[in-house]
Design a protein around this ligand. Sequence first.
Ligand SMILES: [Zn+2]
Length: 475
Amino acid sequence: MAEKPVLTLYNTLTRSKAPFAPIAPDNVRLYVCGPTVYDFAHIGNARPVIVFDVLFRLLRHVYGESNVTYVRNITDVDDKINARALRDFGHDIEAGTVSLNEAIRRVTEKTADQFHADVAALGTLPPTHEPRATEFVQKRQDGRADMVTLIERLIARGHAYEAGGEVLFDTSWAEYGELSKRNLDEQQAGARVAVDSHKKNPGDFVLWKQSSPEEPGWDSPWGRGRPGWHIECSAMSAAYLGETFDIHGGGLDLIFPHHENEIAQSRCAHGTSVMANVWMHNGFVQVEGRKMSKSEGNFVTIHDLLETDTFGGRTWPGEVLRLAMLMTHYREPIDFSVKRLEEAERLLAKWPVAEAGEGSVDPAVLAALADDLNTVAAVQALHALAHRASTDPAAAASFRASAALLGVKPKKAEISEVLEAGVESIIQLRLEMLKAKNFAEADRIRDDLLSKGIQLKDGKDPATGERVTTWEVRR
Ligand SMILES: [Zn+2]
């Protein structure tokens, strides 16, 4: 077996790049903060999903598919979710036909389904585990880590306290701030606007808060309440990856306070010197040169791009969005624009169609990805390989394996030609052939379409009993 390539990763904890050495090469462990499910995911949410999917694929390639555990949580308890449930089901709740909990369940399930459909279209593999926060609040039958136990432990160890109906983390812990490198003055300045008198330090954050009867809540030693956001990830990462694991990822905006607080909670609860060895953060996403925000009117969801014509007057295939994202290094800010998407689409159109096949990953593509996920160089190497693939079958096989490592799937170029010719009219022609019992010609048409990536499906109209034919693009 070939020697494993050494990955070099940039670590936010140390602010430097270093060779990656997993704690256990037969169980490489990665945690990435997932979505809060109350609304469509926007393209800022798509970036970490795509970036860490490439990392997941790379780790699987290097260490073996069954030797990598990737956990991405779903945050299904949050005040934004409650607000959305009240907005969407307020009438039903008032009328007593739907309970608040039922309304919350409907909001989170619908949004989680939408998220899964969106990220599948972006060509991402499902993570190994996708725990939901609400299932990790109270002690579990299976003994996996839970939030209430973690909070109890933090109180017992003197790192948390009850005050004003809340349980708070005491940020006077000496090592608080190790990830964001914020000093105490900055932390206090940031928090001064909302200094609550019951807090020991202005930066102390909520681990548990009481719920009113109208709010979702769980029984706990501190009364019926609900957890703060940060404690979720400490519980769910420990539940599946242990007290110390290899890589924790997320967007740059999560460094402070979310990841800082995860580290503080986990290290103090477990008495460990490290939560995750490597912390990786992807850069910000802008839209057409401006910060994305609802008030700017440039708030773009993944769903908008895939299914509507709100961005550039057309829909965009998932593979185009994915490639557009990978054409910038993950740590750089990215400007999402129509021009960038068009550029990615032109590039994809030039590449051979990636069918399944045996080939080995191109050394230049692998070397680029091993260098702190340099997807820019990897895409360039892939493009050079695509060029050689037209005349060299070995290069073609290598192209397929390399494209798969990036999760990029070029489409059949002929499909657009077929669509221009009009699949429906070709289907009509075939139906006429079938009626005339010219089966050979009908089959020829069917096979010809299939070779161009269009699969026909014959069925019967239940009303008339007539043959009907539908089609779909076969990948
Ligand atoms: Zn998190």
